[in-house]
Design a protein around this ligand. Structure first.
Ligand code: GN1
Ligand code: MG
Length: 332
């Protein structure tokens, strides 16, 4: 029998295949999207250093991180992690606890990665001011004539522009430190054990680079507290779930002991900020003609943008409660 390859997962960037060999182990075969990651060698260099370091911390746990088997630009092959799976949406608050704990462990494991500094794979990746500039440029060019359809979304952006620099300014002043972060901590980038539900490994390490711990936490809030899929059309189903947020905070703080005062004070805000920022990116891509994210239908990026902005509204409506949850959990 021949090995078989089938399209796998729901990532928006790379092409991913599950490779099954008869009676043999399974592999993940992935074609790196080199228009988004032009320096695939630097990306793989980061991934090798990161995975080897994590492995050295958990020598008895073969599933603790990805294993790079082969790399020949733009293709790479990983060992498939068996007995665990990813979720696009979680169904119970305790899963949020486990997800956050796994991402916090990832950050902890990498806190003492020896130098040199990791490559900046996508510069200014979570820089909201930069994302606003890209949105404004896409709106100005309006290559597909779509700007007329997004007046409400552009108004939402305008009403939130003054929040864009809050974390950037705290980083520039040194109040919030640079750390090694994952930068794409969406729920489907962590594998949970089929039997125990515990976090097994953090995957999709393409954007692991120097960053801000808050952006990682924020993207967990965006995806792990969401009651509906990122591309749900019925916005009445889209909101942020407080019980999930609470477990997310508790799971994260159970491991992320390194956070300073400024980081703790902005934990709840980071969820709104990253969700806003990802919404801006979907909107900019919609206006630019869907050149970045994989899309399955004409208005896919616009639908995604709308869910993000609805999530921001939902988090804003619960801001006082979310702040109180963080304060309570941080007290221990
Ligand atoms: C992309 O690759 P994937 O689907 O895990 C994107 C993230 C976005 C996310 C939105 C390199 O992640 O930044 O938050 O889509 N990755 C890159 O779902 O841009
Ligand atoms: Mg992914």
């Amino acid at each position: 029998m021949q090995p078989t390859a089938e399209r796998y997962g729901s990532g928006h960037i790379n092409e991913t295949y599950l490779l099954t060999c008869p009676e043999g182990p399974r592999y993940i075969l992935q074609k790196i999207n080199t228009s988004i990651f032009p320096d695939a060698d630097a990306l793989m260099d980061n991934i090798r250093r990161v995975t080897e370091h994590i492995r050295s911390k958990h020598p008895d746990d073969p599933r603790c991180t990805l294993t790079v088997l082969d790399y020949s630009k733009p293709w790479r092959q990983y060992v498939f992690i068996e007995g665990a799976r990813t979720y696009d949406l979680i169904e119970r608050p305790d899963q949020a606890y486990k997800v956050a704990k796994a991402f916090a462990r990832f950050q902890n494991d990498l806190a003492d990665l020896p130098g040199p500094r990791l490559h900046d794979i996508i510069p200014r990746f979570h820089d909201t001011r930069h994302r606003l500039e890209q949105l404004d440029a896409a709106a100005k060019a309006d290559v597909k004539g779509r700007l007329k359809d997004v007046a409400a979304e552009m108004a939402f952006v305008d009403a939130h522009r003054d929040e864009a620099g809050r974390i950037l300014d705290l980083m520039a002043s040194g109040a919030i430190p640079e750390r090694i972060t994952h930068n794409d901590t969406k729920i489907n980038n962590v594998m949970l054990d089929d039997a125990t539900g515990e976090g097994v490994a953090v995957i999709d390490l393409d954007t692991t680079m120097p960053g801000c711990a808050l952006y990682d936490f924020g993207d967990m809030v965006r995806t792990s507290t969401a009651a509906a899929a990122e591309d749900e059309r019925d916005l009445s189903k889209v909101f942020s779930r407080k019980e999930y947020f609470e477990q997310l905070v508790r799971g994260y703080l159970s491991e992320a002991k390194f956070l300073n005062e400024a980081e703790l004070a902005n934990l709840a805000f980071s969820g709104r900020l990253i969700t806003f920022t990802i919404g801006i990116r979907f909107l900019a891509d919609y206006l630019a003609g869907d050149v970045y994210f994989h899309t399955a239908c004409e208005d896919h990026n616009l639908v995604r943008c709308r869910t993000q902005f609805k999530m921001v509204e939902s988090m804003e409506a619960q801001a006082a409660e979310y702040e109180a949850i963080v304060r309570e959990a941080a007290r221990g």
